[in-house]
Design a protein around this ligand. Sequence first.
Ligand code: X2X
Length: 343
Amino acid sequence: MRKPLFTLAALAIGAAFAIAGPAHAQQKYQPEYRLSTVLGTAFPWGKGGERWAELVKEKTQGRINIKMYPGTSLVAGDQTREFTAIRQGVIDLAVGSSINWSPQVKELNLFSLPFLQPDYRSADALMAGETGKLIFKAIEKNGVVPLAWGENGFREISNSKREIKTPADMKGMKFRVVGSPLFNDTFTALGANPTQMSWADAQPALASGAVDGQENPISVFLGAKISAVGQKYLTQWGYMNDPLIFVVNRKVWESWSKEDQEAVRAAAIQAGKEEIALARKGLSGTDNALWKEVEALGVKVTRPGPAELEEFKKLTRPVYDKWSKTIGVDLVKKAEAEIAARK
Ligand code: X2X
């Protein structure tokens, strides 16, 4: 007697799902989802965001329609508030920098530890390894759904005053630094004078001479044309590589069907891969086209040798140790081990 009842119940549940499925989808999907980025399509970062939106549209047959808002305009340009805005739903999706979100997700400071990542292969080892998984868990714990990695790139230092070969050359120099206090500590340890400000404020500050220098990937240095505002000296010190992360607000994520979730994830992974390739183009392997472009602009490029780099490392080591405690010593050890074992 029980069996038919059971089957009937199962049928009823099945029918309820069949009805609820599409109705639920139609009810909950928004006509447009807002994607935040700091940089626009003149940069690999913005191109990555644009590509993600395009792939999502394609893979969901237009069910999910994303509009990109570069310039972190959904939070009036204040990069350090971006993560909170994603969590709260002011922003639906983002391709964001590890640096900008590190005030809220302390583990993200990992990537900013001075001289942790010696090369692109280290960055790959972290993103693909256990470290990357732990970082994604930390983001998830903070209420945001991480889907894929991208890359802003190795941050090199530029200024308007003189060549920087050793820390002594940075003495007293005024630098615009990014959102995490870790950067204040790093630049202070090197004898410079850092001021934290948003990217929107950085460009006029460089133009007016309110600050002498800044640090950003070469794609940003070129894309933002900051050599035109007197940034004539550039030092390739490779002190950190800044990853990007493709994320979605949790409620928005949960409102999508499983099929659409997987489409959005696959789109993020593909856009991320393409974006990383773009971010490294002209800067890696035998392709140094972007460095040539920098030099053609009359910018003096300086490459500290191993002994000089050692001086930078030595002075910033206390910053590394101090911030390792904030990040979590185990996570830092894991990252160091994955870098040591990189292929
Ligand atoms: O503000 C910056 O320097 C930038 C654009 O690189 C980031 O958003 C981290």
